[in-house]
Design a protein around this ligand. Sequence first.
Ligand code: FAD
Ligand code: DLZ
Ligand code: SF4
Length: 518
Amino acid sequence: APVLVPILGDQLTRNLASLRGRTKDDTVILMMEVWDEATYVRHHKQKIVLIFSAMRHFAAELEDAGWTVDYVKLDDEDNAGSFTGEVARAIERHDPRLVSVVEAGEWRVREDMEQWADKFACEVEILRDDRFICSQAEFDDWAEDRDALRMEFFYREMRRKTELLMTDEGKPEGGEWNYDSENRKPPKEGLSAPERPKFEPDEITQACIALVEQRFGDHFGSLEKFRWPVTRDEAEKAADAFFAERIEKFGPYQDAMVAGEDDLFHSMLSTSINLGLLDPLELCQRAEQSYEDRKAPLNSVEGFIRQLIGWREYIRCFYWHQMPHLEKANALNAQRGLPDFYWTGETDMACLADCIRSTRDNAHAHHIQRLMVLGNFALIAGINPREVQDWYLVVYADAYQWVELPNVAAMILYADGGKLASKPYAASGNYINKMSNYCSDCTYSPHKKTGEGACPFNPLYWHFMDRHRDRLEKNHRIGRIYSTWDRMDADKRQDYLDSAEAFLDTLTPADSSWARNA
Ligand code: FAD
Ligand code: DLZ
Ligand code: SF4
């Protein structure tokens, strides 16, 4: 009897714990396209094409290398529709002596997986996903006895562990751990980046596009610009181009936004990393090499490494540390429905319209757009976390709940009450105006504070600060802002609050059927 190795859609690497040490004649690999995963939210069409195409390519690669792959397609007759149902059917087909699987990245799936040992009449082993640098036990140890779980201190541990950008004396390269203050250059007039490699859909991807148009045609998003890497080879080409052409300016312009420049100097590698096509540690080592070869400055290389061994690792462990309650957290008691323009893109706010357009066309927006435009608006307008979480999970091709949820609930919405972020990332139009060229093309003016034509972020910012005064006044990083508020005339303050209320009254809540099937 063979060993059955189920490989999930975001575990697409031969360096998977469940494949290590296995022999080809003794192993059946199971891959499953299932309805439950394709519809637990109504994913962007590009996201489904990406995952199915990458799965089909990976299965073909394994078969070429001599492995036995049992691949279940979405349209296969008798498809049970769920991982558990499909593993049960595969056990009947192959009568394995052992099911060996790597733990799922998402709570929802892991809960099901943990039932397998009881459900199935064969042994089941669930292995740790060692594609991540930090184990949960390590994080839990670190987090014990800490009220606030700040990324910065975790990140320093990871630098020591990986020895990335460390001197022989055990000091951080250049003397500082973090060059975040050198990652905030506003865009110069006409700032643009070299075009990233685009991968034309091959036959396999075209078949997935046809399938998705047919079965999920009414999901959010457009398929026209689908150019994501779907194999390890393509993903490596995308990484090569980043290290050759964009990493140098990645650091300085990390927080810059330019209308119509959808990628700027970002790596655009998150979809490939999350699928398993690229190894994050290898990418960090390549980044370090570009610093050593003097091809990229320290603020770019440190910034990139921080995102991967700092933020990405930390976010994942934070998720498991805080689940299941993180999904329901709503510390600021935000209750407003998600405005329908998040789906339609129809808004006069030029910044939001551009970020939503990029999201619809590319199933992607870069970090500062997700954080300071789309996220900041949801925070200060008081949108309820569940709908914001669903939106982010649907619309981005790199979105899995383990990475989406901490970023949304804790980072942008402060719904965890400040375990992750030391203060809410609330900002007025001034910030967006400084970091982008959006405002020059907007109906609203960032300089106008209230009333007709005022940038809505301005009154919403003060409305937010005012309504959460009790909680935020005590926060040493943001509390001082209340002296500015208190110095304003009572009339001026009232103007802000009235303008914000008037604007909020114009918002139309979206229909929930955009995100979830009834
Ligand atoms: P780069 O700017 O080139 O960064 C390099 C890599 O660092 C990324 O590929 C990613 O793997 C990692 N990274 C950077 N920031 C983060 C972060 N905050 N959390 C985890 N990893 C990070 N990223 C996802 O992969 N999936 C998501 O569902 C997701 N949702 C997000 C939601 C919100 C509200 C915010 C603010 C951020 C979210 N991010 C998410 C993080 C980040 O925006 C994306 O990883 C990034 O935009 C991907 O583009 P890139 O590969 O060009 O990133
Ligand atoms: C996101 C997704 C989708 C849309 N479809 C599938 C699928 O049909 N089969 C599969 O193996 N994985 C899919 N995925 C990714 C899974 O949701 C992801 O692997 C788990 O949720 C991680 O816990
Ligand atoms: Fe966005 Fe306000 Fe600038 Fe318009 S004026 S682009 S709404 S920040």
